[in-house]
Design a protein around this ligand. Structure first.
Ligand code: ARG
Length: 460
């Protein structure tokens, strides 16, 4: 079956149906439709102003494109597979709508600079959306930190109780991590926000284009200096996927914490009912599915990054059709990351810490290091102090006793250096507040961190 293509001039037979099916991208790149039209309108206006095409033609093209835009927005536009991609679907519709004049739109342009222009416009907008969503997540964490300054919990290394911290310290740690994620996206924007349009197929264009004009209309901060680079490179997009993968790894890691804390064994937090799901067979269960899916979907986004890295690795300069495969991984990463940030924000907002359970677990042998440091402060070398406290732990464990149950008389049997104030160490809050170094978990340091973020998070 033969079908007429926009590029059909030099071909004597129609495209094989398998090839049509295999090479099409309209099924996914229609996501770029409005950005493509934006690029085309800027290009048409510039062609008219430069006298490359008559002004009236330029105006007619713009009007036609605006009508097509409306049809797409209203869901009335009919996408056709045989027209291959979003660019040719729109151009063909324009020609059908305004006649042969529509065929002048593609003057001084190639799909190679057209596609990456639309893609960069899309990515600029989505990167800004992600930056805003991360800001909301940071605000939720700050609010939770303010609410939990006075809750003490055990912090873990090797998932073994290590030292007591204030719960706010934990939330502020993730605030720092998501803040760096956000910084990475902001930095990446400088490299996304550059205009390839006007690079033609690869070598530049032999019409007197005004690239300053199109860049200004499209809101690009910079014009790409080299047309080969502009049409062939995707490194700024790989960087976006890399930033997405890193951000997902942080979200996934926090998901894991909260999944553990939500278990009956830990019972450190209660997740809001509306953000959990039940089991169809076990009536007692309240499953943290949102967190599990953030953790699970992290795998997809790593895959998206590896896909694009692999697509470009052996490509000869300049454009190759392989580059059509750059879109689906990005669409997938954008959707997954946005959903995951929103999910985590809702979880943080609705999370209820179980203060009593946390504080009960923060005491006991989690305070052993502090008891050793007490002796160090009295002049005992750390290695010996470590040994003394090790003996105390052994002594109590043998009797099935907790650290808090020890008396001053007993302590003195292990070292003469113990005095009345040693018993303070058996209070986790006292111990947490002793960690006063910059960045530490003492209440005064946490209040400083909170004050810093209050000043630095933008109100909306
Ligand atoms: N659909 C193509 C893509 O996404 C557009 C560019 C096609 N260029 C070409 N010379 N065939 O990359």
């Amino acid at each position: 079956m033969e079908k007429k293509k926009l590029w059909g001039g030099r071909f004597s037979e129609g495209t094989d149906e398998f090839v049509e099916e295999f090479t099409e991208s309209i099924s996914f790149d229609k996501e770029l439709a409005l950005y493509d039209i934006k690029g085309s309108i800027a290009h048409a206006r510039m062609l008219g102003k430069q006298g490359i095409i008559p002004k009236e033609d330029s105006e007619k093209i713009i009007k036609g494109l605006e009508e097509i835009k409306k049809e797409i927005e209203e869901g009335k536009f009919e996408w056709k597979k045989e027209l291959e991609d979003v660019h040719m679907n729109i151009e063909k519709a324009l020609i059908e709508k305004i006649g042969d004049t529509g065929g002048k739109l593609h003057t001084g342009r190639s799909r190679n600079d057209q596609v990456i222009t639309a893609f960069r416009l899309y990515l600029k907008e989505e990167t800004n959306n992600i930056i805003n969503l991360l800001e909301e997540l940071k605000k939720a964490l700050l609010k939770k930190a303010e609410e939990t300054v006075d809750i003490v919990m055990p912090a873990y290394t090797h998932l073994q109780r290590a030292q007591p911290i204030r719960l706010a310290h934990y939330f502020l740690a993730y605030l720092e991590m998501y803040n760096r994620d956000q910084e990475r996206f902001k930095d990446n924007l400088r490299r996304i926000d550059q205009m390839p349009l006007g690079s033609g197929a690869l070598a530049g264009v032999d019409f007197p284009l005004d690239r300053e004009m199109t860049a200004k209309e499209l809101g690009f901060s910079k014009i790409m200096r080299n047309s080969l680079d502009a049409t062939a490179s995707r490194d700024a997009i790989i960087e976006f996927l890399s930033n997405s993968a890193i951000c997902m790894s942080n979200l996934s890691r926090q998901s894991e914490d909260l999944i553990i804390w939500n278990s009956t064994e830990f019972s450190f937090v209660e997740l809001p009912d509306k953000l959990t799901t039940g089991s169809s067979i076990m009536p007692q269960k309240k499953n943290p599915d949102v967190l599990e899916l953030i953790r699970g979907k992290t795998g997809r986004v790593y895959g998206d990054l590896i896909a694009l890295l692999t697509i470009v690795k052996g490509l000869p300069m300049a454009y190759n059709r392989d580059l059509q495969e750059d879109k689906e991984p990005v669409f997938d990463a954008v959707k997954t990351l946005k959903g995951s940030i929103i999910g985590m924000t809702k979880i943080i907002e609705g999370l209820k810490p179980k203060k009593e359970n946390m504080e009960k677990s923060a005491g006991g042998f989690a305070l052993a290091t502090d008891l050793a440091n007490y002796l160090v402060n009295k002049g005992l070398p750390f290695r010996q102090a470590h040994h003394v406290v090790g003996q105390i732990v052994g002594y109590l464990t043998a009797q099935n006793r907790e650290l808090e149950s020890i008396t001053l008389e007993e302590l003195k049997k292990f070292s003469e250096l113990f005095e009345e104030d040693a018993l303070n160490i058996l209070n986790p809050k006292y111990v947490a507040d002793a960690r006063k170094t910059f960045g530490g978990t003492a209440k005064e340091r946490i209040l400083e961190q909170i004050a810093f973020w209050k000043e630095n998070l933008t109100e909306k």
